[in-house]
Design a protein around this ligand. Structure first.
Ligand SMILES: Nc1ncnc2c1ncn2[C@@H]1O[C@H](COP(=O)(O)OP(=O)(O)OP(=O)(O)O)[C@@H](O)[C@H]1O
Ligand SMILES: [Mg+2]
Length: 295
């Protein structure tokens, strides 16, 4: 295992995934893009025989907590290989002048072992660029990174990268990736799927729909945190699913009218009847009807 020669900190973290770990919940477009990557990889020899190389490198772009790291793990699992995560912060925290060597160690190791190499938080390199004392070192680091990706043989494993800040990423780095896959915060339908999964049977359909309608803009990991808190409270206070639903609805009723109207509109869009929406949001059916007619 490659380590930083001074600190002896590992430069790669190897993660193995249980077969059958839950797949990330993804928009159809993202799911298709990932399936294509897996397909190309699992037919690598066939492609090479036909004179075609499978995609070598893909970049996952998106805000925190939407499944980029989870998707990298899922791809590795689908291919039956471990995920080797390059810890850019430990690569870069080492002595000046050594990051390039560290990067080479890490890539050499990954090249020789059957794995998916995951370059997490690629923008960490770019973010440091503001720090003047580091400019030369960072330039070298980017150069080495580009070289390593360029020299990466198609016959070696897949390289995946992830970033929250595509705008901070060096365009030259960006170009090295065959595909970029945009991850995004989930819409109401994916939120409902995620809430159902995280709820693990503790939430009624009304609770799921209400929580999904009232969490616009939340990431999957925001939702997971919120639902786990509900479940912990439910266990502590021995709450039934029905009582939990009452608590979820009570929370909605506390919101001001514009917010409740927004939730009502979202519920309307996901196919709830006006009577149900009225009972969930506490908005009279009259008001609801008028508002719906206006929009
Ligand atoms: N698409 C998803 N489907 C199901 N669960 C998800 C999904 N995305 C995130 N989660 C949950 O949130 C946790 C954190 O997600 P993950 O680490 O994959 O996010 P990320 O996009 O890599 O975020 P960051 O940019 O902060 O690294 C996951 O371990 C999982 O429990
Ligand atoms: Mg991540």
């Amino acid at each position: 295992m490659p380590v930083d020669t001074d600190s002896r900190l590992p430069l790669l973290r190897i993660e193995r995934f249980d077969q059958g770990a839950a797949a990330p919940i993804l928009a159809p477009k993202v799911r298709d893009a990932l399936a294509q990557i897996v397909d190309e990889r699992s037919h690598r020899d066939q492609l090479l025989r036909a004179g075609l190389a499978p995609s070598r490198a893909a970049l996952f772009v998106g805000p925190p907590g939407v499944g980029k790291t989870m998707a990298a793990g899922w791809i590795a699992q689908s291919l039956g290989v471990p995920l080797a995560i390059l810890d850019l912060s430990s690569v870069m925290s080492s002595l000046l002048g050594k990051t390039g060597i560290n990067l080479r160690y890490a890539f050499d190791y990954a090249k020789q072992s059957e794995c998916v190499l995951f370059l997490d938080e690629l923008d960490a390199i770019a973010k440091r660029r503001g720090d003047d004392s580091d400019v030369g070192e960072l330039k070298r680091l980017v150069t080495v990174l580009l070289q390593q990706i360029d020299d990466w043989p198609s016959s070696a494993g897949l390289v995946l990268g992830a970033t929250n800040h595509p705008d901070l990423l060096d365009p030259a780095v960006w170009r090295r990736f065959d595909t970029s896959v945009p991850f995004d915060v989930p819409g109401i339908e994916l939120r409902a799927q995620a809430i159902e999964r995280f709820g693990d049977g503790m939430l009624t359909p009304v609770s799921v729909a209400t929580l999904a309608a009232s969490t616009d803009g939340a990431s999957f990991s925001d939702l997971e945190r919120q639902i786990l808190r509900l479940r912990r409270n439910a266990v502590i206070h021995e709450t039934s699913a029905a009582q939990l639903e009452d608590a979820v609805l009570a929370d909605v009723r506390k919101l001001d009218l514009p917010e409740r109207l927004r939730i009502a509109m979202a519920l309307n869009g996901s196919g709830r009847s006006q009577r149900q929406i009225s009972s969930i949001t506490g908005i009279s059916r009259d008001t609801l009807r008028k508002h719906l007619a206006r929009t």
